[in-house]
Design a protein around this ligand. Structure first.
Ligand SMILES: [Zn+2]
Length: 99
């Protein structure tokens, strides 16, 4: 599906494809003001840690920080539009748009 990814990039260039045997973390949505962050353990595993207290039933969000080798076009930006609704929403899940 265009604009939909479960790929998690590791610092060493490898990726974890959450669509192949992934766990429920692949369903984490993006927010420009997330309540979680992804922590890589240096051994190819990624942990989701909360940035603040969360209550049972709260939705967990991370900042995707998506990168691409493609030329940034209005169509590409639209494919990765953010609708998190946070006060500081950048309007995009692409990391380049937030810089
Ligand atoms: Zn946003």
């Amino acid at each position: 599906m265009p604009g939909h990814t479960f790929i998690f990039g590791l610092a060493d260039g490898r990726v974890i494809d959450g669509s192949v045997g992934g766990n429920s973390a692949r369903w984490l949505n993006h927010s420009c003001q997330p309540n979680c962050e992804a922590i890589e353990d240096g051994r190819g595993r990624v942990f989701i840690e909360t940035l603040r207290d969360v209550m049972p039933g709260d939705e967990l969000f991370i900042a995707y920080g998506l990168t691409t080798d493609e030329v940034i076009t209005p169509g590409l930006v639209a494919d990765f539009a953010c609708r998190c609704g946070k006060r500081r929403c950048t309007g995009s899940m692409l990391a380049l748009a937030s810089e």
